[in-house]
Design a protein around this ligand. Structure first.
Ligand SMILES: [Zn+2]
Length: 368
């Protein structure tokens, strides 16, 4: 059973409770491949929460699974943060890590100071990238490179600078230190013709870097990650229940938390600040509802008078969301499965859920 679009119509936005028209909202964020769409979130709330959806896909650990799991032919995903790899000559170069961990070099022209001036190095994966870099330098030549913004980076050696394209049509001047920047700008202004000629010339096949050693840096904003997970559960709850169910005041605290209006950092052991513990717990040691062939699953059930959602992302990251009091119409677990092929989102009843667990459970489950 495929349910691509919900025909939910409700008078009020399920987050701000204002009587506003609904907008297209991905119930499971598109950043992790969700395709089920609902219309119970107003445009302002939808837009306001898009950064936590993105963070769910981008944050360090989930992002690694996302990049590993997204097929090469699917939509383009990229590991968050700045990634650097060591090339065969021992130099560090910035790269993008894309679908299924394919690293691609950012096209780059690197200037290394020498007693006589500078040595110019060119890094790229395909010839077409060199041409892009040539066009980029040509574009900035008109304004004498005044509009080429610069950034201090730690992957260059002392005195080095580089023109780097980190996006299809955009780039920056990377500099190792204060001395490098004016030298690089002077070189660009003075030698632009020659530099462009180098890039437009013919190159031997770019070398393949076998088993690159990639240094991964990404940030983990736990409160944002938890809010995004809670939102998935709440969106699905709204989708599966009568119009007014999620509008109950039972869910007001959760609403404020997901919206980011009431997020509390609390003091943990040894004075460390830990993320808001009221709604979401990361079940680091448990995989209670994992199906081998399914990317994400959400199971909702009652426990101790509370409505609990178990949200599993990429079969690996299990979160428990305490959503509010457990009340009718909930009488059995409800399961959402987003299939591995990203084309189908399925709701299962309890019988189907148990069957899938038998069929697709981990091998160690079958033994017990
Ligand atoms: Zn709203």
């Amino acid at each position: 059973m495929t349910t691509p679009v919900s025909d939910d119509v409700a008078g009020k936005c399920i987050y701000c409770l204002l009587p506003k028209p609904g907008s297209r909202e991905h119930l499971v964020p598109r950043s992790i491949g969700g395709n089920l769409v609902g219309r119970r979130v107003c445009k302002a709330c939808n837009t306001g929460m898009s950064d936590i959806d993105q963070h769910l896909g981008d944050n360090a650990v989930v992002s690694m699974m996302r990049v590993a799991n997204t097929p090469a032919g699917s939509f383009d995903v990229k590991l968050g943060g700045e990634q650097v790899l060591d090339d065969p000559s021992g130099r560090r170069v910035p790269v993008a890590i894309r679908n299924q961990y394919a690293p691609s070099l950012h096209p780059m022209m690197r200037f290394t100071p020498t007693p006589a001036g500078a040595e110019v190095g060119v890094h790229f994966s395909e010839a077409v990238d060199a041409k892009r870099l040539a066009r980029f330098i040509d574009k900035h030549r008109e304004a004498a490179f005044a509009e080429l913004h610069s950034k201090r980076v730690d992957w260059l050696d002392a005195g080095e600078a580089a023109v780097v394209m980190h996006r299809a049509k955009d780039g920056y001047l990377a500099v190792a230190d204060d001395a490098a920047e004016p030298r690089a700008r002077a070189l660009l202004v003075e030698k632009a013709d020659e530099l462009i000629a180098i890039l437009e010339g013919s190159f031997p096949e770019a070398a393949t870097i076998a088993q690159p050693r990639v240094q991964i840096a990404a940030e983990l904003r736990l409160n944002d990650l938890y809010r995004a997970v809670a939102k998935v559960a709440f969106n699905l709850l709204a989708h599966r229940t009568a119009d007014d169910f999620v509008l109950r005041s039972d869910f007001d605290d959760l609403r404020q938390y997901i919206l980011g209006r009431d997020v509390r950092d609390v003091e943990g052991p040894d004075g460390a600040v830990v993320p808001d513990p009221r709604f979401v717990t990361w079940a680091l040691d448990g995989q209670p509802f994992t199906f081998r062939d399914m990317e994400h699953t959400v199971v909702m059930t009652g426990h101790d008078g509370r409505l609990i959602a178990v949200v599993t992302i990429y079969r690996s990251f299990v979160f428990m969301v305490d959503m509010g009091p457990f009340r009718p119409p909930w009488s059995y677990p409800q399961v959402l499965v987003v299939r591995g092929d990203r084309q189908e989102t399925r709701w299962l009843d309890l019988t189907e859920c148990v069957e899938l667990m038998r069929e697709h459970g981990r091998p160690e489950d079958a033994a017990t």
